[in-house]
Every structure is written in structure tokens, then in C-alpha cells.
Write a protein that binds this ligand. Structure first.
Ligand code: FPP
Length: 214
């Protein structure tokens, strides 16, 4: 969800203002995903490398996460949305861990769109954790690793969208992106709308996917 900081800077506002506007985009895009009938939407909210940011920015992001779960959980419940978390979220503040686990438990049986939020997520770390679990159970095969990834309960990744002109994966869903289609846009996350999502999906639908075949 890149571009929050630059969006705020353009308006001579603090980065926190951009992140706050970014959460409104999260709300709009999760609603759009639901209305479009997407099976799953995964949002990269906090990477394992984001701890390098100043403490006040980290605190702002954690505060926004708390408010989001507090305010939006009922809407998830009312609309059959299932909440999932990927990443090593257990190391977050105990109140956040409790809120997250409560929210996941409350929506666990929902059958509509799954909204997965990546928190303290790093794909290399995820793959290493999955490989260690696979090894502890027996053979290390691609299937065995895949079954231990944080995304094991999510459908295969079809489309990966990156906003704000960045053209790299930044440790996000590296394994899962093997055959995903990529869609890059210069639009900053706070300016990203349901209409951009529909554009990305319509271009995705027009692509021929061969998964290595011909
Ligand atoms: C990237 O923009 C954005 C983040 C690192 C944080 C995204 C998190 C939220 C919007 C809040 C919490 C999430 C949820 C799901 C409620 P950036 O700061 O790197 O912006 P820049 O690229 O312009 O510097």
C-alpha cells in the first residue's frame, strides 16, 4: 500500500495523515473486493522491515490498526467477510494480538471474501519458517513447504498490484507470486480507488496465463 508518505508530503502534511487516508482506501478497496465477489484480497500493511521506521510512525500505524479492527469488524461480520492475518503477528503488542485473534475467530466461518492483512510479514522469513516445519514433519518438497506457508488457507495468488510507481516485490508473497500476474501503477495508495481495482482486474482477465505450458 505504498505512497501514503508521498501523498501526505505533497499536501505538506505529516506522514501519519497519509497513513490515515490510506486506511480509508483500505475500507473502499475491501468493500469493492467484496462487491466484485473476489475470493481473497491480501493487503501488505506492515513488513518485517518496517520496524526500521521511526518509533512514532510505527506507533501511528499500530494505532490505525487498532482503530480499524475496532471500527470495521462488525462490517466484516455483517458481510460474511473472513479476516486472516499473515506474518509473525504474535510479537505485536498483546492487546493487538488479542484483538486480531478475536476478530479472526469471529469471522472464521464466514464464506465470502477473505481479507488477509500482512503484519510483521516478510516472505523470506515465511518461507524459512515453512521449510523448517516441513522438515520437522518429513521431506522438504515444494508441496510440503506450500502447505506450511502463512497463506495455506488462501487461494493461489492470481494478481499482484503495486502502487506508487515502485516496481519490485519488497519481500511480499515471493513464493506465491511464481505465476501471479503483476500490475504496477503510479497511483499513490491514498488515491487508489475501486475504479483502479476494476481496471487492474479487467487487464488481468485479458492476459493469457500458461503456467509454463503452451
Ligand atoms: C506504505 O506507504 C504504507 C505502509 C508502510 C503502511 C500501511 C498501513 C496502513 C495504511 C495502516 C494500517 C493497516 C490496516 C489494514 C488498517 P509509505 O509510508 O512507504 O509511503 P511512501 O512510499 O510514500 O513513503
Amino acid at each position: 500500500m505504498d505512497g501514503n508518505g508521498r501523498w501526505a508530503k505533497k499536501r505538506m502534511m505529516p506522514r501519519a495523515f497519509g497513513h490515515k487516508r490510506g486506511v480509508e482506501t483500505v475500507r473502499e478497496i475491501t468493500r469493492a473486493a467484496r462487491d466484485l465477489g473476489l475470493e481473497a484480497l491480501t493487503l501488505y500493511a506492515f513488513s518485517s522491515e518496517n520496524w526500521k521506521r521511526p518509533a512514532d510512525e510505527i506507533a501511528d500505524l499500530m494505532g490505525l490498526l487498532r482503530t480499524f479492527i475496532r471500527n470495521d469488524l462488525e462490517e466484516f461480520v455483517a458481510n460474511n467477510v473472513r479476516l486472516q492475518i499473515i506474518g509473525d503477528y504474535q510479537v505485536l503488542a498483546p492487546d493487538i494480538v488479542e484483538m486480531i485473534e478475536g476478530a479472526m475467530a469471529r469471522t472464521a466461518h464466514n464464506t465470502g471474501t477473505t481479507v488477509a492483512i500482512a503484519l510483521n510479514y516478510g516472505s523470506q522469513q515465511e518461507i524459512a519458517r515453512a521449510a523448517a516445519k516441513a522438515a520437522a514433519k518429513g521431506e522438504i518438497t515444494a508441496e510440503a513447504i506450500e502447505a506450511e506457508l502463512d497463506t495455506a488457507s488462501l487461494p493461489p495468488l492470481d494478481l499482484l498490484i503495486r502502487t506508487s510507481g515502485e516496481v519490485r516485490l519488497s519481500n511480499f508473497l515471493l513464493w506465491q507470486a511464481a505465476y501471479a500476474e503483476m500490475w504496477f501503477t503510479d497511483v499513490l495508495w491514498p488515491d487508489f480507488t475501486a475504479s483502479h481495482l476494476r481496471d487492474a482486474l479487467s487487464q488481468f482477465s485479458a492476459r493469457e496465463r500458461r503456467f509454463g505450458g503452451r
